[in-house]
Design a protein around this ligand. Structure first.
Ligand code: PRP
Ligand code: URA
Length: 209
């Protein structure tokens, strides 16, 4: 699929299998999401631009690479996207954070906005949207709509699981936004859940069901 990166790293695939298991405890689930998010952060930042800077080692001066440009922004979609945040920030501690509050209306499956808070200069930064689940993609489409409405142009989407229907919908609306995912599952069920999936990501991360 164009503009979709499936992260086949063995550690990601192994941890994803553990996550999917129905018997996984809240504590175990949260820890695995945290571990996977670090590995996903590594992949989604693989091609960030570098520039050379002059530094001094204990022995000599040298030109050495550092990240170029403004600090990037992680944009978790509440709630489940927050489960990705700590792991991402472990790897990129200077990143800024934009919280995007959306929930999926269970009857219509449409995304309902309830909160948005981003750095004032978010439009000048690379924004990486975080949400474990890309199901219908209504939430991810709405999140990117909100970011574009504030002028953002450099946007990436990271999830754990994506449904083929969700990828198609997302790229119909935002074809230039690349997706990183650990797996593309089979399909959506009648309630918009990813099959085989892992259930309700927010409930499993926060122990609310
Ligand atoms: C879940 C998930 C995504 C959304 C995916 O959130 O975290 O945000 O559903 O579904 P979609 O692709 O069909 O929009 P939910 O609305 O259950 O809210 P929560 O994270 O607060 O549990
Ligand atoms: N949201 C979830 O948390 N899980 C799904 O399978 C679909 C949407």
């Amino acid at each position: 699929m164009p503009n979709v990166h499936v992260i086949s790293h063995p550690l990601v695939q192994h941890k994803l299998t553990l996550l999917r298991q129905v018997e996984r405890s809240t504590q175990g689930f949260r820890r695995l999401v945290n571990e996977i998010s670090m590995l996903l952060a590594y992949e989604v930042t693989r091609d960030l631009a570098l520039e050379m800077t002059e530094i001094e080692t204990p022995l000599t001066r040298m030109a050495s690479p550092i990240l170029a440009g403004k600090k990037l922004v992680f944009a978790p979609i509440l709630r489940a996207g927050v489960g990705f945040l700590d792991g991402m920030l472990e790897l990129v501690p200077a990143a800024r954070v934009a919280h995007i509050g959306l929930y999926r209306d269970p009857a219509t499956l449409q995304a309902v906005e309830y909160y948005f808070k981003a750095p004032p200069d978010v439009a000048e930064r690379l924004v990486i949207v975080l949400d474990p689940m890309l199901a219908t993609a209504n939430s991810a489409v709405a999140a990117v709509d909100l970011l574009k409405a504030r002028g953002c142009r450099a946007i990436r989407m990271v999830c754990l699981l994506a449904a083929p229907e969700g990828i198609a919908h997302f790229h119909t609306r935002h074809p230039e936004v690349p997706i990183w995912t650990a797996a593309i599952d089979s399909h959506l069920d009648a309630h918009g859940y990813i099959v085989p999936g892992l259930g309700d990501a927010g409930d499993r991360i926060f122990g609310t069901r």
